[in-house]
Design a protein around this ligand. Structure first.
Ligand code: DHB
Ligand code: FE
Length: 279
């Protein structure tokens, strides 16, 4: 049977890709972000995942406003990155796991989630940068990936409650997978940030810290916030919290926090990082 080794949640600010390309991780601006990751690397070395199931949000690379699924699951043998216009290098392709993807898709549809299935899928910075932060240094990616894209671009967005339920359904499917694989679940984005409009630059540290506590011990509490509540409390792009909540949902039962880091700002974003595993 498959084992879920735990979850990692991290910000995915595009500028991180520039910092990695320039090798300036130890510059004063970047150090507080990158210094959060060695404990994650140590945990990954113990957890030894074979697969990463990644809850993330596509920002217009693979889906655009003309066709935007609420939830989309990748079922490709390989996922490529492409230029999104941020001026950061594209990263090398990721190996997929079509067998796990189809198992997940079968299970989610049976569980009444009307997902979109993607046998071709470009993956944007929200998937590539967390992968580069977790497994730095180039070479072959040590895990296969199954991307799960969530709409945070065009309202109505899926609620945190719906996102949590999606995560729980994914967790049930992973646990029922009849393969001897070790699976890490990722949630990427957030925490508070707003990139445009009158409140551009808005951050909310007390709200972020509340979320980082609640996601460990009381994720149901977060599911009581509506999308409008989240936009107000965490900024328009703070809705990326949905990916963290989905990843937490995939870990059934009580969890314990292994590691966390929080630094503001990175670009316009409150950069949160958490690792958790079954208690
Ligand atoms: C920034 C943050 C994001 O989550 C994103 O997708 C793009 C930009 C930023 O803070 O610059
Ligand atoms: Fe984003």
């Amino acid at each position: 049977m498959a084992t879920i080794t735990g979850a990692v949640m991290t910000a995915h600010v595009p500028a991180i890709g520039g910092a990695i390309a320039k090798g300036i991780q130890q510059d004063p601006y970047w150090k507080p972000l990158f210094d959060g990751f060695p404990p994650v690397h140590a945990w990954l070395a113990r957890a030894k995942p074979d697969v990463a199931v990644v809850f993330y949000n596509d920002h217009g690379l693979n889906f655009f406003l003309d066709k935007l699924p609420t939830f989309a699951v990748g079922a490709a043998p390989e996922y490529r990155n492409a230029d999104e216009g941020w001026g950061i290098p594209t990263v090398r392709p990721f190996r997929g796991d079509p067998e796990l993807s189809w198992h997940l898709i079968e299970s989610l549809v049976a569980d009444e989630f009307d997902i979109t299935t993607c046998q071709e899928m470009l993956v944007d910075h929200a998937l590539t940068l967390p992968m580069a932060l977790l497994w730095p240094g180039g070479g072959e990616w040590p895990v296969r990936v199954v991307p799960i894209a969530m709409n945070h671009v065009q309202h109505p967005l899926p609620s945190l409650r719906r996102s949590y339920h999606l995560g729980q359904a994914v967790g049930r499917a992973l646990q029922a997978w009849d393969e001897d694989a070790r699976i890490v679940v990722l949630g990427t984005g957030g925490l508070s940030h707003q990139l445009d409009g009158k409140r551009a630059g808005f951050l909310n540290k007390p709200f972020d810290l509340m979320c980082m506590d609640a996601i460990v011990d009381d994720p149901e509490k977060l599911t009581r916030y509506s999308t409008v509540d989240i936009v107000r409390e965490a900024g328009a792009q703070g809705t990326e919290l949905m990916t963290w909540v989905a990843a937490r949902g995939a870990l059934a039962g009580p969890v314990r926090k292994v590691h966390s880091n929080y630094h503001i700002p990175i670009s316009n974003t409150a950069a949160g990082l958490m690792v958790m595993e079954a208690a």
